[in-house]
Design a protein around this ligand. Structure first.
Ligand code: HEC
Length: 123
């Protein structure tokens, strides 16, 4: 009985670390994807580059950084950066928010989207 419990515990901790590894691997892959974004997006919270800083973007209201001159289109979009909306944005930002000033981005591969979103969540 004791041995059985110990085994169950071992199995539980193994599957837990497998999940954590996957998440870490996704974030690492997403960090590479993010190279497509760094030309315009700084990881320094206090700095807006050609695009707004993406630090803390997950869960943030669109166009909510006070010191960045957003397009009217994004300012009036009423979007919050949930996983779903980030996915639509990186799949085709100018279809999702017509009139945005961000250059067209089109990442249609679901796995690539997953990686990038996993990484964006860490910022
Ligand atoms: C050529 C420059 C450029 C590139 C490359 C770029 N962006 Fe942007 N991004 C912008 C600009 C400019 C805005 C502001 C858009 C507006 O006001 O309509 C923006 C806005 C955003 C926003 C909304 C932020 C907010 O505060 O509401 C997100 C999210 C975003 N970009 C993600 C990305 C991701 C992810 C990538 C890489 C796949 C990327 N961007 C690549 C220029 C760029």
């Amino acid at each position: 009985m004791k041995a059985k419990l110990a085994l169950l515990g071992l199995a539980a901790s193994l599957s837990f670390s497998a999940v954590a590894d996957t998440e870490e691997m996704m974030q690492a892959a997403g960090k590479e994807q993010f190279n497509k974004c760094t030309a315009c997006h700084s990881l320094d919270e206090s700095k807006n580059a050609f695009g707004p800083s993406l630090i803390g973007v997950f869960g943030r209201e669109a166009a909510s950084l006070p010191r960045f001159a957003y397009s009217d289109a994004l300012s009036k979009s009423g979007i919050t950066w949930t996983e779903d909306n980030l996915r639509k944005w990186i799949a085709g930002n100018d279809q999702f928010v017509p009139g945005t000033r961000m250059r067209h981005v089109e990442i249609t591969d679901k796995a690539e989207q997953d990686y990038l979103i996993a990484y964006l969540k860490t910022l």
